[in-house]
Ligand binder design. Structure first.
Ligand SMILES: [Zn+2]
Length: 303
């Protein structure tokens, strides 16, 4: 895969260990490693004594127990969710039941667009459709406690309801799955949308935060520059798609085969969906044409 982004895959926190990544921010790893989760999902605890939890994680009994032990006698006032994928939000209900904290997020899971006629929802069932935030956050809303203020930053693209959280008066932004140091995220229609994703990257690149704490893997340093590299990576992928199509009409498997060299076979389907996300965007911009709505089994050519 593309070597243009300086990915950092160093990360060695064992599951269940509470680590203070900076004064007032602790993190805890879920034992759910995989091709999409890297070493596992990270849950963050912000503040001391009266704290917020960001991304409580999946229903994983060991993780829920470790998270409740980590906060101990402290009061959890808020549970914030970056997005409703099953590795991030389902434990919110359990942590709320145990602590009485309010759940906060952009909204319930929703697709970035309506399903096309004949199109099935994604079979991986990666969405957590049960999450309903007690408090619905809009862009710029602030959630606060003693010594900390978190600003909601809408960042749709990976999912329609994705939110990052800026820790005010610091250089830190909790970036969820939108920007990570180890990999780019999957942007898979209909949950995800490439045009939204690119606009969200542009939005973050204009912000001042320089240190990102993502939902998976280690911290992102020099973040605005890293985000620029993410943008260029997607632009390069788009250029590869257009270049391949300029050589002749193609379907998505052919595009994946020519663009992703040395792809982990477990990621073939995700790569196909990422290419579909680009093709939706390119079709909307009038650069590529296909029969009917852009579909996973469609054939594509340059306009
Ligand atoms: Zn996700």
């Amino acid at each position: 895969m593309s070597q243009d982004i300086p990915f950092d895959k160093s990360f060695d926190l064992p599951p269940g260990r509470v680590e203070e990544v900076m004064p007032g921010v602790r993190r805890l790893l879920v034992n759910n490693p995989g091709p999409f989760t890297f070493k596992g999902t990270l849950t963050y605890i912000v503040g001391r004594d009266r704290v917020a939890i960001i991304d409580p994680g999946p229903i994983d009994e060991a993780h829920i127990a470790a998270l409740l032990a980590a906060v101990g006698a402290e009061t959890v006032t808020h549970i914030l969710v970056t997005h409703t994928h099953r590795d991030h939000s389902p434990a919110a209900a359990r942590i709320k039941a145990a602590t009485g904290a309010e759940t906060c997020g952009e909204g319930p899971h929703r697709a970035a667009r309506a399903l096309h006629v004949g199109e099935a929802p994604r079979p991986e069932a990666s969405a957590d459709r049960d999450f309903r935030p007690d408090v619905t956050l809009a862009d710029g809303d602030i959630v606060s406690g003693p010594g900390w203020r978190l600003e909601a930053v809408t960042t749709p693209g990976h999912t329609a309801n994705h939110m990052a959280f800026a820790l005010k008066d610091t250089a830190v932004l909790f970036s969820g799955d939108h920007v990570m140091a180890w990999s780019t995220p999957v942007v898979a229609p209909p949950d995800g949308a490439m045009s939204d994703y690119m606009a969200s990257l542009e939005k973050l690149s204009r912000r001042a935060e320089t240190l990102y704490f993502p939902g998976h893997g280690g911290v992102v340093r020099d973040a605005p520059r890293f985000v620029q590299q993410y943008i260029r990576h997607r632009q390069a992928r788009e250029a590869s798609i257009l270049e391949r199509l300029a050589a002749g009409e193609a379907d998505i498997p052919a595009l994946v085969g020519s663009i992703y060299i040395g792809l982990d076979p477990r990621l073939t389907r995700a790569a196909g969906l990422s290419v579909l996300a680009h093709l939706e965007d390119l079709t909307a911009r009038g650069l590529v044409v296909t029969q009917g709505a852009p579909a996973i089994d469609g054939r594509y050519r340059v306009a």
